[in-house]
Design a protein around this ligand. Structure first.
Ligand SMILES: Nc1ncnc2c1ncn2[C@@H]1O[C@H](COP(=O)(O)OP(=O)(O)OP(=O)(O)O)[C@@H](O)[C@H]1O
Length: 459
């Protein structure tokens, strides 16, 4: 994916997955492009440009997380989502808030590792092939000597040649998958440092991590012999060998930079840590305010210790989100408000939006189900009027029972197709064609819509 997309192009990409929410899309697009802009300005002001963190205000299930996640994906940026309210729970200690940065770095490390492994893939494949070959036909030990006693002069040479020839033949067979089912014995690495996680009492997360790593390094790395098919062995060994080929110090360094310069942290439910002016929400205000205070340095820019090294959070993009039904953004402490200068309100989704969400996104639910049953060679189609009715039902249940936004489409769709999915392939065989029409929607869902008590549980 092109990382230098213009704001317009970013919005166009987001449009492929998310219906509506134009303002939110435009703002995240600007924020993303600003990062690229920052990397391309003179170094002396690079450090001065702070990210314009965004506060998304909108009911549940209207696409807040989805926009942030897709944005990160587009930018190939490490992304993490955290629920702010979790920090107000019993047992919470101040430093826990930093765990969101540690998660982000973990993501960055995974991404960089995967990319690096890809670079060494071909080399690792060769090594793996050699290991599998050795397990099948061990190479002859030592070099043949012409003075070997007890054997004809050129017998060892013959033997060696034969061994080489056989190995070459098998190498070919391994390569083209002919021997995939054959079992061989390989050495597999065991997970080190079992049970270290239990040393938790009275320690903060950072010290725990350090201790864990220290113990992990001290314990001998155990290997265990396992009998597996060649296909499996290839997978396991490829993972191990490519891990050996990459330089972990390089990975760490790159990952820290990636997290610092491109990381996106999505903080959900910030409304739940805002003191509320109208009362009526659980949890003491002090602890909510405490969480905001702990969060502040991270959002303002500070150094966080992770097991991969120190991360500076100054240029990480933070996107906070909340419904703000019971509190207002102005109930957040002023310093934190100031750190989220861009406010966007997301629209509530309409019936028409629901219909579009069912049909249009690249990953639309209807497309997902069509693909699922296609795997069984069953053709599934949805009539337009049936989808309209479905959107209407989802909307109605949201209004009458509880508004969970587009998530309702998942439950309604699953109820609608449940039986069909169960019957394939037993009674609905391959090559069958199923048309979802209005009648089916009525049959499966109409009764539930009428019965509010029932729909609370089922839809
Ligand atoms: N505008 C939209 N277009 C397409 N799909 C959407 C839209 N809004 C929500 N969805 C779908 O609904 C589901 C939930 O959306 P999402 O996770 O973005 O909710 P949210 O607004 O972040 O709510 P919460 O704050 O409760 O997490 C996702 O599967 C998403 O694909």
């Amino acid at each position: 994916m092109n990382k230098n997309l213009t704001p317009r192009q970013i919005v166009a990409e987001l449009d492929k997955y998310i219906i509506g929410q134009k303002e939110a899309k435009r703002n995240v697009a600007i924020a993303l492009r600003n990062r690229w802009r920052r990397m391309n300005v003179k170094e002396e002001i690079q450090g001065e440009i702070v990210p314009n963190n965004i506060l998304m205000i909108g009911a549940t299930g209207v696409g807040k997380t989805e926009i942030a996640r897709r944005l990160a994906h587009l930018a190939e940026a490490p992304f993490t989502k955290v629920e702010a309210s979790k920090f107000t729970e019993v047992g919470y200690v101040g430093r826990d808030v930093e765990s969101m940065i540690r998660d982000l770095v973990e993501q960055a490390v995974d991404m960089v590792k995967t990319a690096k492994k890809e670079e060494v893939r071909e080399k690792a494949k060769d090594i793996v092939e050699g290991i599998i070959l050795d397990a099948l036909i061990p190479p002859l030990k030592g070099s043949p000597t012409p003075h070997a006693t007890g054997m004809g002069k050129d017998q060892p040479e013959d033997e060696r040649e034969l061994n080489e020839k056989t190995r070459e033949r098998f190498r070919e067979k391994i390569r083209n998958g002919e021997m995939d089912e054959r079992k061989i014995e390989i050495d597999v690495k065991q997970n080190a440092a079992p049970g270290v996680g239990m040393v938790g009492g009275g320690m903060d997360e950072a010290s725990m991590i350090n201790l864990q790593e220290m113990l992990g390094n001290m314990l001998p790395k155990k290997t265990k012999k396992r009998k597996v098919t060649i296909a499996e062995a290839r997978k396991i060994l490829l993972e191990e060998e490519s891990a050996k080929l990459i330089d972990m110090d390089e990975v760490k360094e790159e990952a820290l930079k990636k997290a610092e310069n491109t990381g996106i942290v999505f903080i959900d439910e910030v409304d739940k840590i805002a003191g509320n002016s109208r009362g009526g929400q659980g949890g003491p205000d002090v602890s909510r305010e405490g969480v905001q205070r702990d969060m502040l340095p991270i959002v303002e820019g500070s150094a966080v210790n992770t097991k991969y090294g120190i991360v500076h959070t100054d240029h990480i993009l933070f996107i906070a989100a909340g419904a703000f039904h019971f509190s207002k953004p102005s109930d957040l402490i002023p310093e934190l408000q100031g750190r989220f200068p861009i406010r966007v309100e997301l629209d509530n989704l309409t019936k028409e939006d629901f219909l579009s969400i069912l049909k249009e996104p690249k990953n639309a639910l209807t497309k997902q189900y069509v693909a699922l049953v296609q795997a069984e060679e069953v053709e599934l189609t949805f009539q337009d009027e049936a989808l309209e009715r479905l959107a209407e039902i989802a909307f109605q249940i949201n209004e009458e029972v509880e508004n969970i936004g587009a998530r309702r489409l998942h439950t309604v769709m699953s109820k609608l197709l449940n039986e069909i999915l169960f019957e394939i392939p037993d009674t609905i065989g391959p090559n069958a064609r199923i048309v979802v029409d209005n009648a089916l929607v009525e049959e499966k869902l109409a009764g539930l819509v009428k019965d509010k008590d029932l729909s609370q549980y089922i839809l």
